[in-house]
Design a protein around this ligand. Structure first.
Ligand code: AMP
Ligand code: ZN
Length: 472
């Protein structure tokens, strides 16, 4: 069986074939670094990690690009609110994103182009669109994309273009456009943009790029540089990006070059909380650092996410996370036992179970990344493997090797430094006591508690947002 993936463009599961095998160019929309990313954002990044790893495991040579959105409405607003320059404001969130990525064992992309460092490519793309008459300057001085000049607009999201028109011309800035459906490629510099250092000179006027323009220009620039390509093999993101972000991402380069922008579009469903999308806006979010500080093993988060197909919504609950934690622990125990009971034979019932297990995992992931089915095969292997070991069966070494290969994709063996929940509770209680002592100016007691924590390998650090801790 060969790899088949659902393509949002055709609404079908299709065989996957890159333009120039074994090379696969993959672009995934990255975080907007105005604040810490939440675990909903990371559900999308983890689904993309699974995709990347399975492609690599299948022999493809993946070139993975993930952008960092470091200039847009949100970053500008947040920088101004913090009284900072844009780059000063985003820098710590970029670092935090990389830390969170590493904690969750997400493979780093090959490049992380930053919007603020890719402005010349964006300016070039706007110039091409102006030359072709697909873009125009609005009455407000911003540059807009003329949707009427791009007849296939709406192909990805399948929105009826007439529907797009209804209810239009409500926001005042829409009067600046020829057609209310048109979107901004380049926004004229406003005083707030100048204040935070988010304005650039361009032949068509000083301003800043629109978010959709950023991704199109960065992906074209990067695939040109790495692979002399003009069309992406795969473009991925969360379902909320289908419209308008990805629709506009397609329109800009296709109207400029006449070539297909991306062949395969993959979209991951939401992480929800009681049926509502996890979002900063709704206040129902949890950051990766929250999990880390609670001592949650990243393997448990990964398993929790793998247990639901990426095209299905997943409701986050503490109970489900705890159950996933128990699952990775069971997996770790089986892996250890295989190591202990290995007697050097290459064959035996365990080796046969391992062959079946590996074939099942491959077939499941080849079928539109069916990770829940792959996890089913994994835990069946754990159960039957224990049974075989109880009966004194041979073949532990190849079984262990097969498990390690599968972990190259799923990567859910427990961390050796994983903290158990009991320790996390104890640390929280000690930190609260230390806080109380400090407030009462009893620094001797506060130091004693710090030493007590250190005796159990817990290091603490006081930060403006509270005390952080980790295993030494
Ligand atoms: P942003 O940082 O807002 O640009 O979003 C980064 C990525 O997270 C995008 O691909 C979004 O589609 C995705 N995303 C945002 N919220 C969620 C959620 N609750 N569940 C899954 N993905 C999400
Ligand atoms: Zn994007």
């Amino acid at each position: 069986m060969t790899l088949a993936l659902y393509n949002t463009l055709t609404r079908r599961v299709e065989p996957f074939a890159p333009l120039a095998p074994p090379r696969v160019t993959l672009y995934t929309c990255g975080p907007t670094v105005w604040n810490f990313a939440h675990i909903g954002n990371f559900r999308t990044f983890l689904f993309e990690d699974l995709l990347r790893r399975h492609l690599e495991h299948s022999g493809y040579d993946v070139f993975h690009i993930m952008n960092l959105t470091d200039v847009d409405d949100r970053t500008i607003k947040a920088a101004a609110a913090a009284g900072k320059q844009l780059d000063q404001h985003t820098a710590p969130y970029v670092l935090a994103f990389f830390e969170d990525r590493d904690y969750l064992r997400i493979k780093p992309a090959h490049v992380y182009p930053r919007a603020t460092e890719s402005v010349p490519a964006m300016v070039r793309l706007v110039e091409r669109l102006l030359e072709r008459g697909v873009a125009y300057k609005g009455e407000d001085g911003s540059i807009y994309f003329a949707i009427a000049k791009f007849p296939t607009y709406g192909r990805l999201s399948r929105l009826d273009t007439r529907e797009l028109k209804t209810g239009a011309r409500v926001a005042s800035d829409e009067y600046a456009k020829d057609d209310p459906r048109d979107f901004a490629l380049w926004k004229k510099a406003e005083p707030l943009d100048e204040q935070v250092g988010a304005a650039w000179d361009a032949p068509f006027g000083r301003g800043r790029p629109g978010w959709h323009l950023e991704c199109s220009a960065m992906s074209l620039e990067q695939i040109g540089r790495c692979c002399r390509a003009e069309t992406l093999d795969i473009h991925a993101g969360g379902v909320d990006l289908i419209f308008p972000h990805h629709e506009d991402e397609i329109a800009q380069p296709e109207a400029a070059t006449g070539r297909a922008f991306a062949r395969h579009w993959l979209h991951g469903e939401f992480l929800n909380v009681r049926g509502t999308k996890m979002s900063k806006r709704f206040g129902n979010f949890l950051t990766v650092r929250d999990l880390r500080e609670q001592g949650v093993d990243a393997a448990a988060v990964r398993l929790l996410f793998w247990q639901t197909h990426y095209r299905k919504a997943l409701d986050f609950t503490d109970e489900a996370l705890a159950a996933a934690g128990a699952g990775v622990k069971r997996l770790g125990e089986f892996y250890e036992r295989l190591g202990e009971e290995e007697k050097g034979e290459r064959e035996g019932p365990l080796a046969d179970l391992a062959t079946k297990f590996e074939a099942d995992v491959r077939a499941a992931l080849d079928d539109d990344l069916n990770a829940p089915r792959a996890c089913g095969a994994l835990f069946e292997f754990v159960r039957d493997g224990h049974g075989a070991l109880d009966a004194g069966a041979g073949g532990a070494a190849p079984a262990r090797a097969a498990l390690e290969r599968a972990m190259g994709i799923l990567d859910i063996l427990p961390s050796s430094k994983a903290v158990d929940a009991e320790l996390a509770r104890w640390v929280d209680e000690r930190l609260a006591a230390r806080d109380k002592a400090r407030k009462a100016k009893d620094f001797k007691e506060a130091d004693r508690i710090r030493a007590e924590l250190l005796a159990r390998d817990v290091e603490i650090e006081d930060t403006p947002s509270g005390t952080r801790w980790r295993r030494a």
